[in-house]
Write a protein that binds this ligand. Sequence first.
Ligand SMILES: Cc1cc2nc3c(=O)[nH]c(=O)nc-3n(C[C@H](O)[C@H](O)[C@H](O)COP(=O)(O)OP(=O)(O)OC[C@H]3O[C@@H](n4cnc5c(N)ncnc54)[C@H](O)[C@@H]3O)c2cc1C
Length: 451
Amino acid sequence: MSSASLSSTFSSGISLPSPSRTRYPPTRRPILFPVSSLTTDRPLRAAVVGGGPAGSSAAEALAAGGVETFLIERSPSGSKPCGGAIPLCMLSEFSLPSSLVDRRVSRMRLLSPSNLVADFSRHLRPGDHIPMLRREVLDSFLRGRAESRGAVLLPGLVTGLTLPASPDEPYLIRYISSPSGISSTLAVDVVVGADGANSRVARSISAGSYSTAIAFQERIRLPPAAMAAYSDLAEMYVGGDVSPDFYGWVFPKCDHVAVGTGTVAAKREIKRLQSGIRSRAGPKIAGGEVIRVEAHPIPEHPRPRRVVGRAALVGDAAGYVTRCSGEGIYFAAKSGRMCGEAIVRVWKEGGKVTEEGLKREYLRKWDDEFIVMFRFLDLLQRVFYGSNAGREALVELCGDEYVQRMTFDSYLHKRMVSGDLWKDFGLLWKTMGSLVRATILEKEVEKLRMV
Ligand SMILES: Cc1cc2nc3c(=O)[nH]c(=O)nc-3n(C[C@H](O)[C@H](O)[C@H](O)COP(=O)(O)OP(=O)(O)OC[C@H]3O[C@@H](n4cnc5c(N)ncnc54)[C@H](O)[C@@H]3O)c2cc1C
């Protein structure tokens, strides 16, 4: 679109939300956005699409850095289907008050197809635990904090994005405000796509697709005695009966448990797999009342392109979920913050935001910090989740104190822990032994079945 046609589009009534911190932009206002002043005589203007952990963290960093920031969220009172487990380091790194945490899990069990149990509680360091929270609570806290730093929350559904034809032109975001239903268009210099696994921003900027798993979860209110047993206990079940390529879980929430499973390969069988996790948990969740059923895609890999022009993707929209554990909340918040800070740096250092600057300050730094961890967890998923032999070997290995310490240090504190070379070698040996043993055992069981 040329500057001339843009100017005429603007004068024909594109509205700009009130820069004051009103929650609903009730009126259509004339555009206050001459194309020639995109980055000169006014602050940078950014739209963040999606107000989950990724979007709110991006909006907070942008607003704190002096960027005029609009955070567009279609459903500020909704709740994202999620297990709600976060790593311990997230509490301090994101200054989350402890009042947000429903449960502190210090007993973590991994159960094999033959119900062999690896109990992770035995080797936890003092004070270590997994905080469990409800997403509606976390998300509304993070959105509120972004607002308190100056971001303008626009409740509304983004329906389209028009890309600029030149580096000086704005992105035009079309959205329908809620609850008014008024359609508006917002012109911005920079767009952050934080709109989750079905990202419209990713589609609009041709970021390329990724494969997704489907995660299915039931929230079940248990009788008091059964709930008490889960007060600080989380369980993960592996086995072909609960998922061909992932795991099933029972995670404690404030007054109920979340029971779910996920899969990439057998999406159509998700209900059968959910019955599998329910029957594995069996008597422990008996007598429970299902209070909510939810399902949502989980990305498997980063998208082919995460920065295109002055638009960047963060969180699930970018594909930052670890394959082995399905963990994405921390990576969403972290990528949102890193991206927001990168935009501020690029703008302040160069006077404008460019694709090259975003790739250098956001993508490269993200990849340097996390890509090895993601690839390593990918590898673990492929080795251990594909067969019952692999799953038995995984649970056997997880009984080992060294493995437990390494697993928990890297999960809870988000460090790729450099281990002890001899112990690592011993572990590799043991892994191969466990895999061979479990494979032989599986073949023997198969023979018995044939008899
Ligand atoms: C069943 C399940 C269990 C999970 N359990 C865990 C767990 O225990 N721990 C963990 O770390 N991770 C877990 N995850 C993954 C985790 O939920 C995600 O990785 C995380 O929510 C990503 O955050 P996000 O901000 O990138 O995206 P989301 O949380 O998906 O937020 C995207 C936001 O964008 C909004 N939006 C979308 N489209 C539009 C639009 N067009 N206009 C305006 N707004 C829009 C949505 O309403 C939403 O609020 C689980 C996922 C599932 C499905």
